[in-house]
Design a protein around this ligand. Structure first.
Ligand code: FAD
Length: 466
């Protein structure tokens, strides 16, 4: 009997889609080419990076802030191998969790590279060359993304690394050159700076974090510089010579001009990610791509070929695990005949550095470009009681609300725990709340979340603690 659904790829998009489909009574299977489930996010992305960010943050705190709170532990010593083991165990626990959930939901799994031989037919080639075939009424492509490469620069994952290599360096580099000031470059740059590397970030644009609210990005850059990261904006790395003991990177002004040479022990190429569709056979079945090489889908995640859907990093939209998950749920519901939907205006975006940066909804630049009149409420953590006692006063909350209706359009936070706090703002935007709704909602004292409330009060100029 054919499956109702076969999902290719078990990242956060694929495995969540399969579970939701099984919950709705669809006979479901997944195909995964790697040995473990969980995709980029669990194996070489969100989870290992957050493990290293957490451990390195505590390492830095032990060295810098414990003493201020009366905790004398002496200078902390780094055992990098043990830190990597801690990270690997965290990954292991998470990927095993996915295996358990797939089994619990009676989802079959095929291990090997999946190829769509025809609509309704998937061939899976395992590592030993054996081919199995699965017949299915529906297919969801959830094959994710891969590292974007720089022409002429070969990633060896030892000295010239992608995020994958940067999550597993055997020793702390004296100098780390980060190419690209996006989320991944800044998170991993922060990890290695905390562990002792000198970190220089080269960015093509004249700002860090493209797409993020500019005011937030500027403040965040200042904070990172204070921590010791250095930035070369409006610059591009054109070549890296790996012949000598040190790498020699050629760096030119973005607009062209004289090249300079920067020495480094390790170079992290973090210029973004590209959709991954290798080996899927999409051309042969006639699945169309958009102009950026992503699988083209309609509002129901359907490709142009009936019965073939796509979700996650392989389609348009922010390359985020929870966006992939949300699409996985919606696609499964649509295939099961329900009304699945994703609200792209309410997807939070978090950078897990210290302080964290989190946002949901529109930036000021986007509102200006769209000609939408808005009011701004802003509140700094220096005026928040809990932040003061915790010694985490860096950053602020900014709320952007529609000038006519007061509806919350965007919330931006730089500060400790911003990534956890942004959930409140996401709920507010999802439910169409006004800034006054947030301002009049009781927030526990003393918490950092009071800064969100105060920023909401500031929209109508009545914040109490400023
Ligand atoms: C270093 C790093 C840190 C990140 N941190 C965060 C974060 O903190 N928060 C966040 O939201 N996002 C983060 N991301 C992004 C996040 O990992 C992705 O957005 C997310 O994994 C996308 O999920 P997906 O299901 O679309 O694809 P993926 O997770 O990429 O999964 C795709 C799966 O498909 C499999 N596959 C591909 N082709 C085939 C085939 N033909 N046959 C069988 N299997 C196949 C792959 O092996 C893989 O397991 C991070 C990414 C990186 C690299």
């Amino acid at each position: 009997m054919p499956y109702d659904l076969v999902v290719i790829g078990t990242g956060p998009g694929g495995y969540v889609c399969a579970i939701r489909a099984a919950q709705l009574g669809l006979k479901t299977a997944v195909v995964e080419k790697e040995k473990t489930f969980g995709g980029t996010c669990l194996n070489i992305g969100c989870i290992p990076s957050k493990a290293l960010l957490h451990a390195s943050e505590l390492y830095e705190e032990a060295g810098h802030t414990f003493g201020k709170m009366g905790i004398r532990v002496g200078a902390p010593a780094l055992d990098l191998a043990a830190m990597m083991k801690f990270k690997d165990e965290g990954v292991d626990g998470n990927v095993k969790g996915v295996a358990f959930l797939l089994k619990k939901n009676k989802i079959d799994s095929f291990q090997g590279v999946g190829r769509i031989a025809a609509p309704g037919k998937i061939e899976v080639r395992s590592a030993d060359g054996k081919i199995e075939t699965a017949e299915t009424k529906n297919i969801v492509i959830a094959t994710g993304s891969d590292v974007a490469r720089l022409k002429g620069i070969e990633i060896d994952e030892q000295r010239i690394v992608s995020s994958t290599g940067a999550l597993a360096l055997a020793k702390v580099p004296e100098k780390l050159l980060v190419v690209g000031a996006g989320v991944i470059g800044l998170e991993l740059g922060s990890v290695w700076r905390r562990l002792g590397a000198q970190v220089e970030v080269v960015e093509f644009l004249d700002r860090i974090l493209p797409g993020m609210d500019l005011d937030v990005a500027r403040q965040f850059q200042r904070l990172l510089q204070r921590q010791g990261l250095t930035f070369r904006l409006s610059s591009k790395v054109t070549a890296i010579d790996a012949a000598g003991e040190k790498l020699k990177a050629s760096v030119e002004p973005a607009a062209g001009g004289t090249a300079e040479s920067i020495e480094a022990d390790v170079a992290l190429i973090a210029i973004g990610r590209v959709p991954y569709t290798q080996g899927l056979g999409l051309d042969a079945v006639g699945v169309k791509f958009d102009n950026k090489g992503r699988v083209a889908v309609d509002a129901h995640f359907a490709t142009n070929v009936p019965g073939i859907y796509a979700i996650g990093d392989v389609i348009a939209g922010p390359m985020l695990a929870h966006k992939a998950e949300d699409e996985g749920v919606a696609a499964a519901e649509i295939i099961a005949g329900r009304a699945g939907h994703v609200n792209y205006d309410a997807i939070p975006n978090v950078i897990y550095t210290f302080p964290e940066v989190a946002s949901v909804g529109r930036s000021e630049e986007e509102l200006k470009a769209a000609g939408i009149a808005y009011n701004t409420g802003r509140f700094p953590f220096t005026a928040n009681g809990r932040a003061k006692v915790n010694l985490t006063t860096d950053g602020f909350v900014k709320i952007l609300a529609d000038a006519k209706t007061d509806r919350v359009l965007g919330v931006h936070i730089v500060g400790a725990d911003a990534g956890t706090m942004i959930a409140e703002a996401a709920v507010a935007i999802e439910l169409g709340a006004s800034s006054e709704d947030i301002a009049r909602t009781s927030h526990a004292h003393p918490t950092l979340t009071e800064a969100i409330r105060e920023a909401a009060m500031a929209v109508e100029k009545w914040s109490i603690h400023m």
